[in-house]
Write a protein that binds this ligand. Structure first.
Ligand SMILES: [Zn+2]
Ligand SMILES: [Zn+2]
Length: 220
């Protein structure tokens, strides 16, 4: 026999035991003396069941929010490379060149080089799991430069690419013949500007990065 619960009338306090889910027309659900007195059906309640259901609702809400939290953390982990959250960097860089933030997509690749694609409003960054800061930022700047220039590897794209990398204190020295050469030149410049990819430091403030040859160790 399943567990019995006390259903009681809130007016007169009298009640009786019933199942957790009596049929809707079961007399357990109603106080007949009070109903007779008032002329309309007076319902009984089951406080024990109500408490139980409230607790269950609370537990599942907590479970849902833990799940949301885990999803958010996993998403953040996808986008954080060393000291940089590439989503936040993309927002800053887009403001810098006054373009709307494209939809960003990060893909992982086992091979150790990065590739990207700009589709006009959508940017795909394909990088290995252990990608370095300067490689990730170079790829982000490369693709956002395509978004800003709305072109292939032409002069407009070059100048946007250089401008975006300069935001991190990258200075280009020398000339680059091909777009691939320019990419490598700027990635190298970024590496130098960022202090050669130390791991585990706090994200530096942009104003600190401008002229820094070494990363800030603390951010008070
Ligand atoms: Zn009653
Ligand atoms: Zn390109």
């Amino acid at each position: 026999m399943s567990k019995r619960y006390r259903w009681a009338c809130e007016t007169c306090g009298k009640g009786q035991l019933g199942s957790s889910r009596p049929p809707l027309d079961s007399v357990v659900r109603y106080c007949l003396p009070c109903s007779k007195k008032t002329g309309s059906l007076v319902k009984r309640t089951c406080p024990a069941l109500e408490r139980k259901r409230a607790a269950k609702l609370q537990r599942s809400a907590a479970k849902r929010s833990r799940k949301t939290e885990r999803t958010r953390e996993a998403e953040t982990a996808r986008w954080v490379v060393g000291r940089f959250d590439l989503r936040a960097e993309a927002r800053k860089l887009c403001r810098l060149v006054k373009i709307p933030l494209p939809k960003l997509e990060r893909r992982f690749r086992a091979r150790d080089y990065t590739t990207g694609r700009s589709w006009g409003g959508r940017v795909v960054l394909t990088m290995p799991p252990g990608v370095s800061e300067h490689e990730a930022l170079a790829l982000l700047c490369h693709e956002l430069a395509h978004e800003a220039a709305d072109s292939g590897h032409d002069q407009r794209w070059r100048s946007y690419f250089i401008d975006l990398c300069e935001y991190y204190g990258c200075r280009v020295v020398g000339a680059a013949a091909s777009s691939q050469d320019l990419h490598e030149l700027l990635a190298g410049g970024l590496r130098e500007a960022l202090g050669g990819d130390p791991k585990g430091a706090q994200p530096p403030r942009p104003e600190d990065l401008k002229n820094a040859s070494r990363p800030e160790e603390s951010s008070p």
